[in-house]
Structure formats: C-alpha cells, structure tokens
Design a protein around this ligand. Structure first.
Ligand code: ZNH
Length: 147
C-alpha cells in the first residue's frame, strides 16, 4: 500500500492542473520514440515514423500521447488504488500488446523531462520527487501483470 503525504498529493495535483494533455502527451511519446528507437516497434500501424520530424508530426502519435495522459489522470484520481485502476491496462500491455515493461520507465522519464522543461523553476526538487514517486507507482502497476 502506497502512502502519500498531503504535500505529495498537492504537488502532483498542481502539476496535473498545469498540463495541456495534447501538448505534453505528443511531446513525451514522440521523444520516447526518438530517443529509444526500439520503442517504435509497437507502433507499426501508426504510419510514418521515418525520422524525428515525421514522428513529431504524426497525428496518430499525437492522439495516442493524449490517450496516455488521460490514462494518467485516472491514476491521479485513484491515487490510493493505482494498482487496481491499471489492472486491465497491465493485462492489455503484457498479453495483447506485448510491450516490454522496461519501456514504461522510459516513457515516464520522457514525461518528467517534458514537464520539467515546461514548468521551469516551478518544478522544484519536492515536485520532482513527488512526481517521480507517482510515476514509479504507475510503472509498477502497469508492470504488475508481468511478474
Ligand atoms: Zn500504452 C495503448 C496507457 C506506456 C504501447 N496505452 C494504450 C492505451 C492506454 C495506454 C490507455 C489504450 C488502451 C485501450 O485502447 O483500451 N501506455 C499507457 C500508459 C503508459 C503506457 C499510462 C505509461 C505511462 N504504451 C506504453 C509504452 C508503450 C505502449 C511505453 C510502448 C513503447 N500502448 C501501446 C500500444 C498501444 C497502447 C502499441 C495500442 C495503441 C493502438 O491504438 O493501437
């Protein structure tokens, strides 16, 4: 059972309240695909991923980035039960999509970078630690079906 302090809850909520899901989703997913090119293998049906520019301008990638952000909002709204919130999604990623669970960490790191760059000095060490903890719980819940 994960315990959250009031400060952590406040920091995570504040970060989410400042996010534009379309923008951040598109940026973090496209960065993940560019920096870790092997992650592209799961998106064979998404059309042109030929180079960084193509990835950043791919509307299916942008749309999927928004989907991922909306999914993270579900975790935010269910912070005391992220495990069960993501139970089905974990099964989907392991059994149907067969996504290597190590990739969850890579995407979440890209997300942290994009958010930090957008927030600037408002992304304090406390915010970073709180958000990192949130993403670790998300990554662990998504990977649950694998172990
Ligand atoms: Zn994932 C899908 C979430 C990560 C790959 N995803 C998906 C969805 C969601 C998600 C919500 C939708 C589902 C349905 O439809 O039902 N993811 C998510 C999250 C995360 C993720 C939250 C973290 C954070 N993924 C991921 C990664 C990868 C992926 C890392 C790789 C690399 N996904 C994927 C795919 C899909 C998904 C491929 C399918 C898509 C389509 O549309 O087809």
């Amino acid at each position: 059972m994960v315990v959250w302090t009031d400060k952590e809850r406040a920091a995570i909520s504040d970060i989410f309240s400042k996010l534009d899901y379309d923008d951040v989703g598109q940026k973090c997913l496209s960065r993940c695909l560019i920096v870790y090119p092997w992650t592209q293998r799961y998106f064979g049906a998404f059309g042109n991923l030929y180079n960084a520019e193509a990835i950043m301008n791919n509307p299916m990638i942008a749309k999927h980035g928004t989907t991922v952000m909306q999914s993270l909002e579900r975790a935010l709204k269910n912070m005391d039960d992220i495990r069960n919130t993501y139970a089905e999604l974990s099964v989907l990623h392991s059994e149907k999509l067969r996504v290597d669970p190590g990739n969850f960490r890579l995407l979440s790191d890209c997300l942290t970078i994009v958010i930090a760059a957008k927030m600037g000095t408002a992304f304090t060490p406390e915010y970073q630690a709180s958000f990192q903890k949130f993403l670790s719980v998300v990554v662990s819940a998504l990977g649950r079906q694998y172990h």
